[in-house]
Each structure stands twice: as structure tokens, then as C-alpha cells.
Write a protein of this length. Structure first.
Length: 121
């Protein structure tokens, strides 16, 4: 099964919505529709030094029809990958200490409190 131009337009709209909602304005994000991905619906490739990211929707979906809900969920998932990227990178580096990890974790939690919890409660 393949994603269409219409699916990609929805994907771009949703990526933009979640970047804005989560306040990820310090990243220069490009959005692509390509067939270079294997075994995934989308991807988020990050260059931390340049603060750039490329979020992609896969053209080829082998096992699932690309419904609007699934396209939206894929966009949300890939933006969350960007949200958590600094924490994941820091956790993999030897220089990161416990205090730095706690600070970054709380930065993410504070973002989620502002944009998710405060809207629901």
C-alpha cells in the first residue's frame, strides 16, 4: 500500500501542528515524502549540532492502509521522536551525568504539562 499526495498534505499539517503545540521552535524542520524508509511508516532524522531535523512519511506501507488516523498518529510519533531526541542523545553520551539527565527529563515533562495536562484538566 502507498501513501498519496493527500496523505502527505495531512502529514505535513499534523507535523506542523504538533511542532507548534510542543513548542519545538528551536529546530529547523523539513518534511519529506519518500520511499527510502524500510519497515516504518515515518522517520525523524536529526542533526543536533545544526538543530535541524527531517521528518518523513514513507510512501510504501507494506502491511497497513494509510488511513487519516494512522497518518496523523505517524506525524505525532515522529514529532515526539524530535521532542525526546536531546534526552536520548544525552543518555547515550559518557559525559552526561545524572543531574543533566534529570534536568532534561524535567524539561520534557514541563512541556507535556503545559501542552497536554493543562488542556485536559
Amino acid at each position: 500500500m502507498h501513501t498519496t499526495k493527500k496523505d502527505f498534505e495531512l502529514f505535513k499539517k499534523e507535523v506542523g501542528k504538533w511542532i507548534t503545540t510542543l513548542g519545538l521552535f528551536s529546530w529547523d524542520v523539513t518534511i519529506q515524502h519518500n520511499d527510502e524508509l524500510e519497515d516504518s511508516y515515518g522517520s525523524c532524522q536529526v542533526n543536533p549540532t545544526g538543530r535541524t531535523a527531517c521528518i518523513s512519511l514513507n510512501i510504501n506501507w507494506d502491511d497497513e492502509e494509510p488511513t487519516p488516523h494512522r497518518v496523523k498518529l505517524t506525524a505525532f510519533h515522529e514529532v515526539c521522536e524530535l521532542l525526546f531526541f536531546p534526552y536520548s542523545l544525552m543518555a547515550q553520551e559518557r559525559y552526561a551525568n545524572e543531574e543533566q539527565l534529570i534536568i532534561e527529563r524535567h524539561t520534557i515533562i514541563s512541556t507535556l504539562e503545559r501542552v497536554i495536562f493543562n488542556k485536559g484538566g
